[in-house]
Design a protein around this ligand. Structure first.
Ligand code: NAP
Length: 311
């Protein structure tokens, strides 16, 4: 266990799915928090979290979890944040730090910040690590190791609070970066949100085809389709909320994507092999850069046994 510069007395996780449970596991493994508690709406989720031994207490109501907590992390879908922030506001301790893990940042800051009472800090955050799985059993302690966590402080965020959150994610193994919320949404629109939309769309298109049978799609999926199905298996609620809350940036990136797709369509129609070759060579170089940056390995990874690749 490494020596941490941060020690949390009571860590409250509101929502304990893939991300919340991974935080609980990592915080425990790295000795970051004395007490770890969670709130979850369903009895089943609370039972699993307790059985896994990743939390000390599991509450039905978020207010009970945040009582006495010095760090509160919202780990539910983005669309729930405003209502949860409003609900927990009266129960938050003076001096507490509230944050979130939402995949969208501008809308999240706007939804949470107005409810934060005086004497309580709020700094938004996004661990850029995940899998297509959901629920407390899907989490694991190493999810954030060597992955980026982007903090998006607002004008109201105090430097001390941002530094504290930075130290927390660093202790969990993340590399921490700070970014303007709007810029975060633009970057993630092209690196995560649009790719997920494309995956959902291509799998939907294949499902709708009449000339090709479903068993053929499944049988020959190794031709590339299979990789899209992994992404398209991601949680529907989470991704619905991402697109509803990052509308502007996603539509901007989709516009550019459509223009580039039209150019490729034209190259195919006119037999412009040079244009296709140039484009495919450029994209191959990007893959090389991602591997060199340590964000992926060059190993064949059919079925993706290794976690933490996307989002
Ligand atoms: P998850 O595994 O589906 O867990 C979601 C948690 O939120 C569960 O505890 C669930 O409770 C609770 N929840 C769902 N709907 C709710 C509602 N309407 N009201 C109250 N609680 C509700 O999801 P996740 O993958 O951990 O994602 C959580 C957050 O992390 C999202 O905001 C997402 O944008 C962000 N994120 C996800 C990834 C990723 O790859 N998955 C990566 C980075 C950030 P029950 O089980 O009791 O229903």
């Amino acid at each position: 266990m490494s020596e941490n510069t941060i020690k949390i007395e009571r860590l409250a996780l509101i929502g304990i799915g893939l991300i919340g449970s991974s935080i609980a596991r990592a915080a425990r493994q790295h000795g970051v928090a004395k007490e770890i508690v969670c709130a979850a709406r369903t009895h089943d989720t609370r039972r699993v979290a307790l059985e896994l031994g990743i939390v000390d207490h599991a509450y039905e109501h978020p207010c009970d979890a945040v009582k006495g907590a010095d760090l509160v992390i919202l780990c539910t879908p983005v669309g729930t944040y405003g209502a949860i922030a409003e609900e927990i506001a009266p129960a938050l301790e003076k001096g507490a730090l509230v944050t979130d893990v939402g995949s969208v940042k501008q809308a999240v800051v706007e939804a949470i910040e107005p409810h934060i009472p005086d004497g309580v800090d709020f700094v938004a955050g996004h661990p850029v690590a995940g899998t297509e799985k959901s629920g407390p059993a899907a989490g694991f302690a190493e999810l954030f190791a060597g992955r980026w966590c982007i903090l998006t402080p607002s004008e109201k965020s105090r430097d001390e609070a941002v530094d504290k959150l930075d130290a927390f994610w660093t202790a969990l193994g993340s590399d921490v970066e700070r970014m303007d919320p709007k810029h975060h949404d633009l970057v993630l629109a092209i690196t995560s949100h649009v790719p997920h939309l494309i995956a959902y769309n291509i799998v939907g298109t294949a499902d709708d085809l009449e000339e090709v049978t479903q068993s053929e799609v499944i049988k020959y999926s190794a031709g590339g389709f299979r990789d899209f199905t992994r992404i398209a298996a991601s949680d529907p609620t989470m991704w619905r909320d991402v697109f509803l809350h990052n509308k502007e940036a996603v539509l901007e990136m989709l516009g550019r994507f459509s223009e580039d797709l039209t150019a490729l369509q034209r190259a195919i129609r006119w037999g412009d092999g040079d244009a296709l070759f140039q484009m495919f060579s450029r994209t191959r170089a990007i893959r090389r850069q991602i591997i060199d940056a340590g964000q992926e390995t060059a190993e064949p990874d059919f079925g993706r046994a290794s976690p933490g690749e996307d989002e």
